[in-house]
Design a protein around this ligand. Structure first.
Ligand code: PGA
Length: 262
């Protein structure tokens, strides 16, 4: 398939609760060596908080950006065990994941908290990667669109088009995360279209077309080319396949291969 011109590409690795500081630095060194100084799309890695510093050191001189997996909405205060946006920015982060399903469903985060975290990230100079997606039972009941509209509305209501554009959305169907059951490009495309149409309604007409929307859920080197061939899919949020440098590199290479040279 020939490359097509479109929105800038982004591939982010969500390391979840994997890699110590030493292990993370090793992986970051390997990735930096594979990707070279100028990868053809934006590449972000999101290590655990305690590995941020050593990964930052290992990424020095590379174009790979650092992200975190979560933040507290307040900038400081008596919140035992939490980490704030200013702390992440000072640790070298440029991105932060908010509303991941493992936090929505595993840690009870609701749409209102996700909205506060999105705004906190922007306040603190971080680009939020805002995760949305339906569970299997919601999909089976035909509720996918309802869930996506509710989650996008909850997160983006009140944002200006310029503010929204400085965020990234990740469509992550819960049934595809860590299961090996990747969404088909058609399923991902349909969801991305619903998300863009909702952004048009909630933010401003035309806002959806300008947004970078990633797909996430069991993305690997085999599934990535088919997903990235669809112009609705601007990149990926990668979990398991981001824990090994060669596997993650192949996903990034697939994203870059789908970009038209300018
Ligand atoms: P996975 O995780 O690629 O291991 O399915 C993706 C995610 O949760 O962001």
């Amino acid at each position: 398939m020939s490359p097509v011109a479109r929105r800038p590409r982004l591939v982010a690795g969500n390391w979840k609760m994997h890699k110590t500081g030493v292990e993370g630095a090793t992986l970051a060194h390997e990735l930096a060596a594979l990707l070279g100084a100028r990868p053809q799309c934006t590449v972000v890695v999101c290590p655990p908080f305690v590995a941020l510093d050593s990964v930052r050191g290992a990424l020095r001189g590379s174009a790979i950006a650092l992200g975190a997996q979560n933040l507290h909405p307040e900038p400081r205060g008596a919140f035992t065990g939490e980490i704030s946006g200013p702390m992440l920015a000072a640790a070298g982060c440029r991105y932060v994941i908010v509303g991941h399903s493992e936090r929505r469903h595993g840690m009870g985060e609701d749409d209102a908290l996700v909205a506060r975290k999105l705004r906190a990230a922007r306040r603190d100079g971080l680009t939020p990667i805002v995760c949305v997606g339906e569970t299997l039972s919601e999909r089976d009941q035909g509720l996918t669109a309802d869930v996506l509209v509710r989650q996008i509305r909850g997160a983006y209501e009140g944002l200006s088009p310029a503010e929204a554009q400085e965020t990234v959305v990740a469509y992550e169907p819960v049934w595809a995360i860590g299961t090996g059951r990747v969404a088909t490009p058609e399923q991902a495309r349909d969801a991305h279209r619903i998300i863009r149409a909702t952004l048009d309604r909630v933010v401003a007409p035309g806002a959806g077309a300008k947004m970078c929307i990633l797909y996430g859920g069991s993305v690997n080197a085999d599934s990535a080319p088919g997903l990235f061939a669809d112009p609705e899919i601007d990149g990926a949020l990668v979990g398991g396949a981001s824990l090994e440098a060669a596997a993650f590199f192949r996903v990034v290479a697939a994203a870059a291969a789908a970009i038209a040279p300018v």
